[in-house]
Design a protein around this ligand. Structure first.
Ligand code: GRF
Length: 327
């Protein structure tokens, strides 16, 4: 019998601030709700006197500060990053962090760095969002939680809340109401985002995208689970099976074909957090690549799918594929 899935470990997050840190405080108190999927392991700032640092200390959270003056952008980012890593952070949350981050830093944390921005993106990127929205005669301002990418305030929007603009609003009165909305939005958006990695629905959607991007593939259910085949409807073969807590394990995994039983046993033995040996698959060479882990590398999953595709596809396809690979 399969045991119920144990509660997932909480995602460890570092919060970067420059100012009052009210969004950080909202994240902190939300993280203390019993079912919160994240915990704050560090609050870091480029300003030693940032009020948010004092609050974090009061609440027993580790803090770090490193003034940016006199340092190159890269060196300053490296110091902040080292502190985040040292604290074990898996995600970085920007909350009023008034620094543009260096390209390399953003690249290294791609998909694991979020920001809260006081406008309904893509409208009003950058600064002075309230004054610009009022000036433009908008009926609504708002706030967006988004992923951070190289381009300022342009990463995927994860969630938004709109806030009505009242007649006579000033940037200050409007900012105060938008903050209330932000304090609701950011903790929820972060909780949803960090949970994606253990949500079978999300994992399957991502896997499906990768599997069906390979040539001549289609989806077919097998023993009640989604599977992916290569070839024709009639003679096609499975090259991947989605596995969600069946087959004697409570993990979410994709089953793919290894080259040999030896390779399979070696991987399962040496990297038990990344691979599993599915029950009921005998000596058939199917290995489970574990998907519900916080440090999952999707490029690695893509490689496994391609290898498995190669092993299962008919020769007429693999030959073409081999030729294409040469160029
Ligand atoms: C927030 O309005 C946020 O949208 C912006 O900076 C402000 C930070 O405020 N990025 P606080 O320090 O969290 O109070």
């Amino acid at each position: 019998m399969v045991e119920p899935r144990p509660p997932c470990p909480k995602a460890k997050v570092a919060v970067f601030i420059s100012g009052t840190g009210t969004n950080m405080a909202a994240l902190l108190y939300a993280s203390r709700l019993s079912d919160a999927p994240f915990e704050i392991v560090l609050v870091a700032s480029n300003k030693q006197e940032a009020a948010g640092l004092a609050l974090a200390r009061l609440e027993g959270i580790e803090t770090f500060s490193h003034a940016h003056q006199g340092h190159s952008r890269e060196d300053h980012d490296a110091a902040m990053e080292a502190a985040a890593k040292q604290a074990g952070a898996q995600f970085i949350l920007l909350a009023g962090y008034m620094r543009i981050l260096s390209e390399d830093f953003v690249r290294r944390w791609e998909g694991r760095i979020l920001n809260i921005h006081p406008s309904l993106l893509p409208k009003y990127k950058g600064l002075d969002t309230f004054a610009r929205a009022i000036e433009a005669g908008e009926s609504y301002a708002g706030t967006s939680a988004h992923l951070v990418t190289q381009e300022l305030d342009a990463g995927e929007v994860l969630a938004q809340v709109r806030v009505a603009i009242a007649p006579g609003d000033t940037p200050e009165t409007l900012a105060a109401r938008v903050k209330l909305a932000e304090h609701q939005l950011y903790p929820r958006a972060v909780a949803d985002y960090v949970s994606r990695g253990s949500d079978p629905k999300h994992l399957l959607a991502r896997l499906r995208e990768l599997a069906l991007a390979l040539p001549e593939t289609y989806e077919r259910e097998s023993h009640g689970s989604p599977g992916f085949r290569v070839g024709t409807e009639k003679t096609g073969k499975f090259f991947a099976h989605f596995h969600d807590g069946h087959h004697g394990s409570d993990r979410v995994a994709v089953l793919v074909k290894t080259g040999s039983m030896d390779e399979l046993l070696h991987l399962v033995e040496t990297q038990p957090e990344s691979y599993l040996k599915p029950a009921y698959y005998g000596a058939s060479g199917w290995i489970g690549v574990v998907l519900d882990r916080p440090d999952l590398d999707w490029d690695h999953v893509e490689d496994w799918l391609a290898q498995s595709w190669q092993r299962c596809a008919p020769a007429r396809l693999t030959k073409l594929h081999d030729v294409a690979e040469m160029f």
